[in-house]
Design a protein around this ligand. Structure first.
Ligand code: FE2
Length: 282
């Protein structure tokens, strides 16, 4: 029973997320212009930005803060199974804050207080378009205490551990879990402060990162890290920064994982970027 439920939990993909911002209008304009996600006002303090397979909500609030990350299950039965599984793991179920899932959706909070929502998508993850490919794919958090975070995602939520990074003293400094065949849908980094680290759009192929680079260059939007290749996940990447300071990754060729042992990586810059300079979190 537990195994079957865990398999249900492992089939949810990142459908949308919400950022909060002191200046939601400025942030919505940025995602509209730079990330090709058309911004529309949803209500007084909330915007929705939608592009090809990517949706972001922006609400009035504190800068550089995640409102929630919302994962879509394949159907209502899978969602109900996941809810039962999480309750069986003593997870505390809360009301979903997302307007994009129906009332069967629910939320849970990880040990750092991040709200993770599960539901069934009422609409596709984005608007159909001819824009540059880049579905919203993963989210990562900073954490001051990684072990309870790993236990929550890989235990309470039933996601699957892909890789860990450990320092020379055996302390875990990074952890990646997956809820699909892709290497990670959630990552967590040991950092002095908890909170959102970055969110990522998966361009699929390297040549699509080229297209993003050309697009960003035409807008005079600087790439702040990369191009490079991560060790864990083996994905190619570039990073940009939005006006609030949120780090945005555009990734390609992320590893597809099927039943392989968990890998352990050394905590060093070349693990984070096998092509050179790394932004070390600790
Ligand atoms: Fe990433």
């Amino acid at each position: 029973m537990t195994v079957a439920m865990s398999a249900v939990a492992a089939a949810a993909y990142l459908h949308h997320m919400e950022l909060t911002s002191a200046d939601p209008v400025r942030l919505a304009e940025y995602y509209d212009r730079v990330m090709q996600m058309r911004a529309e006002k949803l209500d007084a303090d909330r915007w929705i930005c939608r592009g090809a397979d990517r949706t972001l909500l922006i609400s009035k609030g504190r800068d550089k803060t995640l409102g929630f990350a919302a994962f879509a299950c394949r159907d209502a039965e899978a969602l109900a199974g996941l809810r039962l599984y999480i309750q069986g793991q003593n997870g505390v179920i809360e009301k979903s804050p997302s307007p994009l899932f129906d009332d069967r959706a629910f939320a849970v909070r990880d040990p750092e207080g991040n709200a993770i929502v599960f539901g069934v998508a009422k609409t596709p993850a984005g608007a159909p378009s001819r824009d540059i490919r880049g579905p919203l794919q993963h989210i990562t958090f900073g954490s001051t205490d990684l072990e309870p975070m790993e236990k929550f995602y890989a235990g309470t939520l039933g996601m699957t551990l892909s890789d860990r990074v450990k320092d020379e003293n055996g302390r875990m400094t990074t952890c990646f879990v997956r809820s699909t065949h892709e290497h990670h849908t959630v990552g967590m980094f040991l950092k002095p402060e908890a909170g959102l680290d970055h969110h990522s759009y998966e361009a699929g192929e390297w040549t699509t990162i080229r297209d993003w680079g050309d697009h960003l260059g035409a807008l005079h939007e600087p790439i702040v890290w990369g191009p490079g290749r991560h060790g864990p996940g083996n994905n190619l990447f570039i990073f940009i920064k939005d006006p609030d300071g949120n780090m945005i990754e555009i990734s390609a060729e992320i590893e597809y994982v099927r039943d392989r042992p968990v890998k352990e990586w050394k905590h060093e810059p070349y693990t984070l970027n096998s092509w050179g300079p790394a932004i070390m979190r600790i």
